[in-house]
Ligand binder design. Structure first.
Ligand code: ADP
Ligand code: MG
Length: 348
């Protein structure tokens, strides 16, 4: 949707003519603009005047030039940046179409097919962003624009650059319901944080609710840090994948490459979904232990009883030879294996 600019809106920044207002968010207002050649562009005019000591300026320039190198098929390219003037701005490709946020809030959740297509397209865009060495840091439904030729991810890497140069109005880069536990608690933020925010956004697309709710900021933060995600309403075949991406521990989440492999149905054979491995291991150990006990019992019972000389030898493993101790051992194995598997599954 394009709004007419109001009386306080600028009609130019730098060489760009601003013709309409596309929307506004935490970082600034976004205008539809035209460059010198008449091409339509999106111009984000930042709220804050940037504090520009030479080091932060260099860092900003570095971040933005990395963002410019991102493969362009699933993103809106960053075209131009000016952070020197009174009105700093960032120019990117204009994507005609509404955001995922607007679509879901108007039309409701996607069906399973639509959701899988959306997941594939946005994960592929995120893969291109990560391959360029950029962390998005603000992946959320309003940063996914649904263009005529497919979804485009926007605003990547900019949150970090802005964080380095200004104090944002909220004091944090990122948008509360979509922030990862490490982002909330001020720890190192890497590509795994984007995987988390991506999954919260996909749960929103599947159900109309972000995975940890969207009520008050403290309530959401508390759930992100300590509660399991609410995946009710997510199609069953996508639930495990999204749950793995929403692991509280960044190193336990699949990478975006692995996410794509899983979505396409060829799970990288060497590494199954992290977090499921210990569960499978606990079950296997349990089955092996029960089998071993049974074999010992059988050997003890049938194998060595009859002495060729006619007498009866004592059983080699009397403790497994039927009777109470045997069944107690079996029961203990089952309880130990079962609780180990339950505990490991809960920790996921
Ligand atoms: N490249 C673009 N092309 C078209 N519309 C855009 C573009 N960038 C941003 N917009 C629109 O401007 C709105 C505001 O963007 P932004 O300031 O990043 O806030 P937020 O992402 O928090 O909603 C977006 O929701 C989107 O509708
Ligand atoms: Mg945005």
């Amino acid at each position: 949707m394009i709004f007419a600019p109001g009386p306080t809106d600028p009609d130019h920044v730098g060489p760009y003519k601003l013709t309409g207002l596309l929307g506004s968010g935490g970082q600034g207002a976004v205008y539809l603009g035209q460059d010198r050649t008449g091409r339509q562009v999106a111009v984000k005019v930042l709220h804050a005047r940037l504090a520009l000591d030479p080091e932060t300026r260099r860092q900003f320039t570095r971040e933005v030039s990395a963002a410019r190198k991102v493969g362009a098929f699933g993103t809106a390219q960053v075209l131009d940046v000016d952070i020197e003037g009174d009105q700093p701005y960032i120019v990117s490709e204009y994507v005609p179409g509404e955001s995922l946020q607007q679509l879901i809030s108007r039309d409701g959740p996607r069906d399973a097919g639509g959701l899988r297509r959306l997941m594939l397209a946005t994960a592929a865009a995120l893969q291109a962003i990560h391959r360029a060495g950029v962390v998005h840091r603000d992946f959320k439904p309003s940063n996914v624009l649904l263009g005529p030729d497919g979804p485009r991810v926007i605003d990547f890497g900019i949150a970090r650059a802005l964080e380095a140069t200004t104090t944002m109005s909220s004091g944090v880069a990122g948008t509360p319901p979509y922030m990862s536990p490490e982002q909330i608690s001020g720890r190192d933020v890497g590509p795994a944080s984007d995987v988390f925010s991506w999954a919260v956004s996909m749960v929103y697309a599947a159900t109309g609710r972000p995975a940890f709710g969207a009520d008050s900021i403290p309530a959401v933060f508390n759930r992100v840090l300590t509660h399991p995600p609410d995946l009710s309403g997510v199609p069953a075949e996508l639930r495990d994948l999204l749950a793995a991406c929403l692991n509280k521990a960044p190193e336990q989440r699949p990478t975006v490459d692995e996410v794509l492999g899983l979505l396409l149905g060829h799970t990288p054979a060497k590494r199954p979904l992290r977090g499921q491995k210990p569960v499978a291991l606990a079950f296997t150990m349990q089955v092996l232990a029960v089998l071993a006990t049974l074999v010992l019992a059988a050997v003890s019972h049938y194998g060595f009883r009859d002495d060729p000389d006619g007498g009866e030898r004592p059983a080699p493993f009397p403790w497994v030879d039927g009777g109470d101790p045997f069944w107690l051992i079996m029961l203990a194995w089952l309880i130990a294996g079962g609780s180990a598997a339950w505990y490991l599954r809960r920790r996921r």
